[in-house]
Design a protein around this ligand. Structure first.
Ligand code: SF4
Length: 473
């Protein structure tokens, strides 16, 4: 039995940020190659600090859904997962036993050698007639002067493509560092050029900045050749590599190659199993309230609805029947605003989910990530909490600033953010004697400050709180 965990960046502001990770997780679930596929995020829930608690088995493979190695894959993710590793990840990955689970952490999918195949596939889609006589390939990376690893993979792929002999010329260009894509015509001689963005997803860069920077007019753009009159070069613009369906195969291969992966896999994780057994037991005794929802077991199915919709006729409610339906339903509040923290007291009303017993745990996980596991641990006095000082000390990069926050600044921000949240701040010494397992629906523990709070404290320390949000979100 094996669990696969896909790690994405996520966002406190953009509800679409996790879409690519969702899509791959859904695709991999449908392949059925893993007994469980779970997503975890830096800026969404379940957080990197929580996600391992939410997996069902003791054999866990964690894959960062990033296009290149860098700060997140080498520093942030290993630190937040508690891997006890910092710095470059070896090709065989990093294996650790954490809380009774064997966790294998791999390189990000973007550095797998099979990405070269994805580049060729994207190039063929954009220009089916490409040939080695008159077609140049440009592999375009983001590039940043902060981490040389982020451009290394672009150069590596360009070199592989050169050696493949499939193109007349192969070039690596970048948006944010030299050689910049804006100067491509000074380097590329071929008549036809395929431009493949080595980006993880379709977004601002692929849809706006890249086309604007080089003057693309669509999927095919004809340029006048530099220093000539009447001679042209035609550029074919492909979709980014990160959204190609073959990425799912790259992920599977990465997981198979993970250090020490065994065919046998692991067992059910005891604490996780106990927590969910306790939920089933409560449900068999009658309706169960957790946070803002009411759960009811009914002839082999489980219904979830807003507790304030209790007694409402089913016909008056929108019905969803899949965990993914629940996930999409609860991302926005009634006003259409994004809910980056799932336990904020603004769950929309007007819907019900009817789920099979098999689908129900995943749906509840999407609704209230890690709440079952953490509440059960709290119920048994086994939840370890992390005080604010320890959370602040752990922060690096732009978040290191929160170490300067005074207790009053933290409290000011927390009273506003946490004031709208169902959870009780154990990390700030608030007492929680009963949980929903004791019949107290709002009895949900917060073991440590979430990344939304950390980001807001950073804004407070910077004196920018309330202004237009910057990169910390
Ligand atoms: S830190 Fe505050 S807002 Fe974040 S999960 Fe905990 S209680 Fe809720």
């Amino acid at each position: 039995m094996r669990s696969l965990v896909l790690i994405g960046h996520g966002s406190h502001l953009n509800p679409e940020s996790a879409a690519a990770v969702y899509a791959y997780a859904d695709l991999l679930r449908s392949h059925g190659l893993f007994d469980e596929v779970v997503e975890g995020y830096w800026k969404e829930e379940p957080s990197l600090r929580q996600v391992l608690r939410t997996v069902r088995y003791t054999d866990v493979t964690v894959i960062p859904m990033f296009i290149s190695e860098g700060y997140f894959t080498e520093t942030v993710i290993p630190r937040e997962l508690g891997l006890g590793h910092q710095g470059p990840v070896p090709p065989s990955g990093v294996a650790r036993v954490i809380g009774g689970r064997t966790v294998r952490y791999t390189l990000p999918y973007g550095v797998h050698p099979r990405m070269s195949e994805v580049i060729v596939a994207r190039a063929h889609e954009a220009y089916p007639d490409l040939n080695a006589e008159d077609t140049a390939l440009i592999v375009l990376g983001h590039g940043t002067t902060r981490n040389e690893n982020s451009n290394k993979i672009v150069y590596q792929n360009a070199e592989r493509m050169r050696q493949s002999g499939k193109f007349a010329e192969v070039h690596a260009f970048f948006l944010d560092e030299e050689p910049k894509i804006t100067g491509w015509q000074q380097h590329v001689k071929a008549k036809n050029i395929v431009l493949v963005p080595f980006f993880a997803s379709e977004g601002w860069h692929t849809l706006e900045t890249i086309p604007e920077d080089i003057g693309l007019t669509g999927e095919v753009t004809v340029f006048e050749r530099l220093g000539t009159e009447g001679q042209t070069q035609t550029m074919y613009y492909s979709k980014p590599v990160g959204t190609h369906p073959a990425i799912a195969e790259v992920i599977v291969q990465l997981a198979e190659e993970a250090h020490g992966a065994s065919d046998r896999g692991g067992d059910l994780e005891r604490g996780h199993q106990d927590a969910w057994n306790a939920v089933w037991q409560r449900l068999s005794a009658g309706p169960l309230r957790i946070g803002e929802v009411l759960l009811r077991s009914m002839s082999g199915m489980v219904e979830i609805r807003h507790a304030l919709d209790e007694g409402k006729a089913n016909e008056g409610l929108k019905t969803v029947v899949t965990p993914e339906g629940v996930r999409d339903q609860v991302r926005l509040d009634e006003g259409g605003e994004y809910r980056p923290v799932h336990t904020l007291r603004n769950l929309a009303r007007g819907w019900r989910a009817v789920l099979s017993e098999q689908d129900f745990p995943r749906a509840l996980h999407f609704l209230y990530p890690a709440v079952v596991e953490e509440s059960y641990a709290q119920h048994h006095h086994a939840l370890r909490c992390t005080p604010w000082a320890a959370t602040a000390r752990r922060q690096t990069g732009i978040y290191a600033k929160v170490q300067k926050a005074t207790p009053q600044q933290v409290e000011t921000v927390a009273s506003e953010i946490c004031g709208g949240c169902l959870k009780t701040r154990l990390w700030a010494d608030e007492p929680l004697h009963q949980t929903f397992f004791d019949g107290v629906p709002g009895g949900i523990p917060c073991a440590e400050a979430c990344t939304l709070l950390v980001a807001e404290v950073r804004e407070e320390v910077s004196g920018k709180r309330g202004q237009k949000s910057g990169p910390s979100h």
